[in-house]
Design a protein around this ligand. Structure first.
Ligand SMILES: O=P(O)(O)OC[C@H]1O[C@H](OP(=O)(O)OP(=O)(O)O)[C@H](O)[C@@H]1O
Ligand SMILES: Nc1ncnc2[nH]cnc12
Length: 170
């Protein structure tokens, strides 16, 4: 399946100069969406993970079905101010702005092997911050899985020797 054919590129959104990779056109096709999750499942199966963590909002769309397919739990990494119980937070910057991410303090048990799942790796800021939060909670990041990787932003380099898989590269 050529997943790239189902991703729409929108120029100058949300800011001039950004080529936005819109996955809504892939998600609306049930066969292709399922195909992408099945493919990611194959790529991460050997990582021996206990739980998947996905950053809001598009990380939920990839992380939750992947959790279901693997039969492991799902932990939401949310934007600041959304989680109801005791949480930790960290600030970060991304290709087109700045934000704050948060996780419940009891979301990860010490020693658990965590896979971070998201739709897209750009500068790596979101994943680096997710890693930081997961490690503060005592988790071990086993790897990261994406639909899309933007090679021209070198996010992979920022993430050191993390085991990273992606289905489509630009
Ligand atoms: O590698 P980075 O430079 O950090 O960029 C990648 C992140 O940017 C997008 O999320 P965004 O923060 O736009 O939020 P959304 O999922 O709510 O649209 C995307 O879904 C990734 O999470
Ligand atoms: N170019 C891009 N397209 C879609 N999502 C993004 N998140 C960060 N950069 C992005």
């Amino acid at each position: 399946m050529n997943f790239k054919d189902y991703i729409r590129v929108i120029h100058d959104f949300p800011q001039p100069g950004i080529r936005f990779k819109d996955i809504t056109t892939l998600l609306q096709n049930g066969e292709v969406y399922r195909g992408a999750i099945d493919e990611l499942k194959k790529l991460v199966e050997a990582m021996n993970i206990d739980v998947i963590a996905g950053p809001e909002a598009r990380g939920f769309v990839i992380g939750a079905p992947l959790s279901y397919a693997l039969g492991v739990g799902f932990v939401p990494i949310r934007k600041s101010g959304k989680l109801p119980a005791d949480a930790i937070e960290a600030s970060y910057s991304l290709e087109y702005g700045k934000d704050k991410l948060a996780m419940h303090r009891d979301a990860i048990k010490p020693g658990q092997r965590v896979l971070i799942a998201d739709d897209l790796l750009a500068t790596g800021g979101t994943i680096q911050t997710s890693l930081n939060l997961i490690e503060q909670l005592g988790g071990v990041v086993a790897g990261a899985a994406f639909l899309i990787e933007l090679n021209y932003l070198n996010g992979r380099e920022k993430l050191g020797d993390m085991d990273i898989v992606s289905l489509v590269q630009y």
